[in-house]
Ligand binder design. Structure first.
Ligand SMILES: *Cc1c(COP(=O)(O)O)cnc(C)c1O
Length: 405
């Protein structure tokens, strides 16, 4: 393969600025309407309400609520299942901290299931190993927009009567078994943060088909005040997690562009997969049977013989191609908040209530996690990438593996 010589003329679009985002006249138009209306709160305005209706309909979910962040969306989901102090909620060590700290804030102990060494997604097998009598829920992150193996996870969860919360922050538009990701478990959570498929800078969305859970989600986002009830009250402890109309306006415009964002990412990702999947030293992340990926990022694995992900990242950097070797570098349980149990004062709460075995983060319990981190390389991906960018990336990967041979 030829290495392109003019790569400097073809900078890779970034989702951290306009080059990699679909933000334009539609967002400005809705935003202008909100500002001229003078109604900036979602309790009185119409944009957040429209967003909730439209996103619920898009996913085929009966209920949808918007909130201030993806972390807030997960927090509302955890609060909806209402754990007792010391209950356990299973999550992934390869995810955003936003999928973990809400568990602690709702007084439950985060328990980490190991992940598949290639996809980085939790598996039913690993979840089963850590399920216990106090397991209250399972949070499943669909990493990089690649669906976790939901058939086996739902079979296990249903057998134990445990609700599944899908963390879809990276998985807008992904499907599994013909269903949109986010509608397979009891609750689906999405983020509108700067770098997701669609964005309002910060923001979140929660969907559910369960009437009871949906009511608690709605209440939790709004200080648990029973708007519309005959005798409203503040029913339980909850903060203000509401989305503003300003965010709602941008989100509604962005929603109209979601299908294009997903399709573009899939097209360019498929092109890269075709070009690199048979290269020596490279392993692509396959989609589980019956699923489709929506490529928040493009993850791949590099074997040690080819210098691992750090060497390839260095080669890509020579062409101004940014990438993240080893993704988050360390499992979530090695972060201070979990490792040192830095929670509320010096109480260590709720970890002080935990069964000892669920706090054993010994590497032999997390073989898949460490294997994944050792070899994964994550490429930035967004809807503005074009074939030329993909070819540039593929050519540089080819040049690197050939230089090793
Ligand atoms: C981005 C992200 C979150 C948190 O979303 P914020 O909007 O940043 O709070 C949670 N989980 C995953 C998997 C994410 O990628």
């Amino acid at each position: 393969m030829n290495v392109m010589k003019d790569s400097m003329l073809l900078p890779i679009p970034s989702d951290q600025d306009a080059s990699g985002r679909q933000l334009g006249d539609e967002e400005i138009e809705f935003l202008t309407q909100v500002i001229r209306s003078g109604t900036l709160t979602s309790t009185k305005g119409t944009f957040v309400k429209q967003l909730q209706t439209a996103f619920g309909e898009l996913l085929g979910a009966a209920h949808c609520y918007a909130c201030g962040s993806g972390t807030g969306a997960i927090h509302a989901a955890i609060a909806a299942v209402d754990p007792e102090p010391g209950d356990e909620i299973i999550t992934s060590p390869i995810t955003d901290m936003g999928a973990i700290t809400p568990i602690i804030y709702q007084t439950a102990v985060p328990v980490f299931a190991d992940v598949d060494p290639i996809s980085g997604n939790v598996t039913a097998e690993a979840i089963e190993r850590v399920i216990g009598p106090k397991t209250k829920a399972i949070v499943v992150t669909h990493l990089f927009g690649n669906p976790a193996d939901m058939d086996s996870i739902m079979e296990l969860a249903d057998r134990h009567g445990i609700p599944v919360i899908e963390d879809c922050a990276q998985a807008y538009g992904a499907t599994y078994g013909g269903k949109p990701i986010g509608t397979i478990g009891a609750i689906g959570c999405f983020s509108l943060q700067q770098g997701k498929h669609i964005t309002t800078g910060e923001g979140g969305l929660v969907v559910s088909n369960d009437e009871g859970l949906a009511r608690r989600i709605r209440l939790f986002i709004d200080k648990a005040w029973g708007y519309g009830d005959p005798k409203p009250d503040h029913y339980f402890a909850a903060l203000n997690g509401r989305m503003t109309e300003l965010q709602g306006a941008v989100a509604l415009a962005q929603l109209g562009k979601l299908a294009h964002s997903v399709e573009q990412r899939q097209n360019t990702a498929d092109r890269l997969t075709d070009m690199i999947s048979t290269m020596p030293g490279i392993q692509v992340i396959e989609t589980p049977a019956g699923g489709t990926q929506s490529y928040w990022r493009y993850g791949l694995h590099v074997t040690e013989g080819y210098g691992g992900p750090v060497a390839l990242a260095g080669a890509l950097r020579e062409r101004d191609i940014a990438s993240a070797p080893r993704y988050i570098n360390k499992p979530a349980f090695e972060c201070e908040v979990i490792r040192d149990q830095k929670t509320f004062g010096n109480s260590r709460f709720p970890f002080n209530l935990a069964r000892e075995e669920v706090l054993d983060y010994a590497p032999e319990n997390y073989q898949g996690t460490y294997d994944f981190l050792r070899s994964v390389l994550v490429l930035g991906w967004n809807e503005m990438l074009e074939e030329g960018h993909v070819d540039l990336i593929a050519n540089q990967i080819a040049a690197h593996v050939e230089s090793v041979e």
